[in-house]
Design a protein around this ligand. Structure first.
Ligand SMILES: Cc1cc2nc3c(=O)[nH]c(=O)nc-3n(C[C@H](O)[C@H](O)[C@H](O)COP(=O)(O)O)c2cc1C
Ligand SMILES: Nc1ncnc2c1ncn2[C@@H]1O[C@H](COP(=O)(O)OP(=O)(O)O)[C@@H](O)[C@H]1O
Length: 327
């Protein structure tokens, strides 16, 4: 078993990764639609006995074209890599994307990247994947190139959820902006998860009996503020249930920045500086402004028991969910 490889440069690819089956796309969120494309690539690689790779682009191309409105990433690169590794891929290529790379023609993209650099033996993409300058290359172009040059091409049709709706990253982003983490989990196939470093706060939590591990989410993250039942993963992989508040804490700190603050149940250790993950199971309520800390503490006690009850009944939604959020 070879080790999973994250390739973040344009340097020559390690030899053992050449000649593989390559799934191409941004796959932000690695949602169930993406998974249907990715699983086809994995199956094709097993059939051929070659490595399975994902070719994706960093930063997200839309953030390169419109830096003033960066994309709210459902899966920043490290989390995406972790999910892909768990699915069984041998590598993820986080190809450095910039404006000059975006000028490459579709023809050159196939020659320089897929052929000369990756030596791809087979390519798998979604039905709507476009590539090359001005999105000039589409499925038909890729099929024709494959026939001409002797690599296989699989185009995977739109994946629909139980209500026959096409699953998309942008719809999932809008669900998170409404706080509907349960619906988002159904479409992702796993619980929405964020990763960040635990930072210091006002040190008020411990005096209330509710110490909270504070994290800063990227400014473009559009999760609705509120109180959530969560599972907390430490850097060593250990899992702990908790209740988290995301927002500006109007009771104590009305002009503060939005923070994700998790009270971890039955736990006591120093978490400062550790990169931890928080997975969202359900939203309990809006963030409120209380008249005093006493009232806030009464509410936090009831949030805690509600979160414990909610988490007691949860089951993994998929293998990805099991690996990410269940251990
Ligand atoms: C379960 C839970 C519920 C919370 N609810 C609210 C709330 O409704 N309104 C609010 O202003 N702050 C809320 N908070 C945030 C607290 O005000 C904050 O965690 C506390 O002030 C500690 O701050 P510190 O981490 O900077 O020490 C909540 C925190 C938790 C853990
Ligand atoms: N059960 C727990 N849940 C969350 N953090 C805890 C817990 N026990 C200890 N801690 C530690 O205490 C810190 C939070 O304490 P707190 O008084 O709320 O300070 P801060 O102002 O940093 O939020 C966490 O970052 C972590 O290092």
């Amino acid at each position: 078993m070879t080790v999973f490889h994250r390739n973040e440069t344009r340097d020559p690819l390690p030899g053992h990764l050449r000649g593989g089956v390559v799934a191409i796309g941004n796959f932000d969120g690695v949602h169930r639609g993406h998974q249907s494309v990715l699983n086809r690539a994995l199956a094709e690689a097993v059939k051929r006995g070659v490595p399975a790779l994902v070719l994706t682009f960093e930063p997200h191309p839309r953030t390169v074209f419109r830096p003033e409105t960066p994309v709210f990433r459902l899966t920043p690169a490290p989390l995406k890599a972790r999910i892909l590794e768990g699915m069984g891929f041998g590598a993820v290529i986080e190809y450095p994307f910039d404006r000059s790379f975006s000028e490459l023609s579709a023809f050159d993209f196939i020659h320089r990247i897929l052929r000369e650099w990756l030596h791809a033996s087979h390519v798998v993409t979604g039905f709507d994947f476009h590539f090359g300058k001005g999105r000039e290359g589409g499925p038909a172009f890729l099929m024709a190139a494959g026939e001409r040059e002797g690599f296989g091409v699989t185009l995977v049709d739109a994946f629909r959820d139980e209500n026959a709706a096409v699953i998309s990253s942008s719809f999932i982003r809008s669900l998170l902006a409404e706080g509907d983490v349960s619906h988002a989990a159904g479409l992702l196939g796993y619980r929405y998860t964020v990763e960040a470093e635990v930072i210091g706060g006002k040190k008020l939590g411990r005096t209330l009996g509710y110490p909270t591990a504070n994290m800063r989410l990227p400014p473009e993250a559009e999760l609705k503020s509120g109180i959530y039942a969560v599972r907390f993963r430490r850097a060593d992989g250990s899992l702990h249930d908790g209740v988290a508040s995301f927002g500006r804490r109007p009771t104590v700190d009305s002009d503060g920045e939005a923070l994700l603050e998790t009270f971890v149940f039955d736990f006591s250790a120093d978490l400062y500086g550790e990169i931890c993950a928080v997975s969202f199971f359900g939203r309990l309520r809006d963030e409120l402004k209380f008249d005093g800390l006493e009232q806030l503490m009464v509410q936090m006690r009831s949030d805690e028991s509600e979160a414990r009850a909610l988490i007691a009944g949860v089951q993994p939604l998929s293998d990805i969910d099991r690996r990410l959020t269940f251990g």
